[in-house]
Design a protein around this ligand. Structure first.
Ligand SMILES: [Mn+2]
Length: 315
């Protein structure tokens, strides 16, 4: 049921032990949303905890500097940036049916929570969390500003994607007023790569294939390559942006082999193809320019499924 941010703020005020669920393969937005809300709830004298089915990626370690989760029995479960219960993964998935508040910006949100707030115009869930914290009358600290800024720059690709709005910039400006560490966060997330990361990129570029008269570019990231490089799976996120950088490519597809088999597919589009529609055909979803899905098939079969789905964008 769609409700107002005021109603969500009121509910959070009433409860004491609040569990915050983030999605699996966590990105800057789900973690930034989760930690910003955590610090705000601590400020309100609550107990809170951020749960993720995967380990928190090292590069986002700065979000957790003052994070001290306590063991408690939750009396309220909130999900942030989670479009579908399936995306919670194993650990957080145990609480899927207890979600009372779902806060998100994915137009494809399928969570049936008693209190749902989805703003598809928000470039990041962090924009919504920013408003929620203000609604609750909590002063945004520098620490919360760093968390919120992280979600905004990761989901907008440093304010470059089409989801960026004047409001995005206004909120970012407010976060700068609050002394967020924008320079070091940007350098850490966008201008720093490990040797392992570069090695993986080199091999991945070597394997690039083109389809649909060079309008589709596809790369595969084999699990063996990732393991040998010793990198964090979150460090692979930048790879999905590469195929789309090629002139003339409309659909960039990145297929990451998962440790448990099958592929996690990221689709990025440039101007007219709908990434969310392409992934939707395979049970996934996301945004118009960036979406994802999982395909539990061997490589060639998985490739054919995603290429067929992408081909429909050119009909
Ligand atoms: Mn997001």
């Amino acid at each position: 049921v769609e409700v107002s941010l005021e109603a969500i703020g009121q509910k959070l005020r009433e409860k004491q032990n609040i569990l915050i669920l983030t999605h699996q393969n966590p990105d800057g937005d789900t973690l930034g949303s989760g930690t910003a809300l955590y610090y705000a709830l601590k400020q309100m004298g609550k107990q809170a905890c951020v749960l993720c089915s995967d380990p928190f990626p090292l590069k986002f370690g700065y979000l957790f500097e003052d994070y001290q989760p306590e063991e408690f029995h939750p009396d309220l479960v909130v999900s942030v940036d989670v479009a579908d219960k399936k995306l919670l993964g194993k650990v957080s998935g145990c609480y899927a049916d207890q979600i009372e508040i779902a806060i998100d910006h994915h137009i494809s949100n399928r969570i049936n929570a008693p209190m749902l707030y989805v703003d598809p115009k928000a470039a990041a869930t962090c924009e919504v969390i920013y408003e929620l914290i203000l609604t609750m009358g909590v002063k945004i600290t520098k620490e919360m500003a760093n968390c919120l800024y992280t979600g905004i720059i990761t989901d907008t690709g440093c304010f470059k994607f089409s989801n960026t709005t004047p409001r995005t910039h206004k909120i970012a400006a407010e976060l700068m007023e609050l002394q967020c560490d924008f320079e070091s966060i940007n350098r850490k997330l966008f201008d720093t790569k490990s040797k392992g990361q570069i090695e993986v990129e080199r091999a991945v570029l070597d394997s690039m294939e083109f389809y649909q008269e060079n309008r589709v570019a596809l790369v595969v990231v084999p699990q063996k390559l990732v393991q040998e490089s010793g990198i964090d799976s979150a460090d692979l996120d930048g790879i999905a942006a590469i195929p789309r950088q090629i002139e003339g490519v409309e659909v960039g597809i990145t297929m990451k082999e998962r440790p448990e088999g099958g592929y996690k597919v990221s689709v990025r589009t440039c101007r007219y193809a709908d990434a969310s529609a392409i992934c939707g055909k395979l049970g996934g979803g996301g945004h118009v320019r960036a979406a994802g899905c999982a395909v539990n098939k061997p490589l060639e079969e998985a490739k054919k499924l995603i290429l067929d789905a992408a081909a429909e964008a050119f009909e």
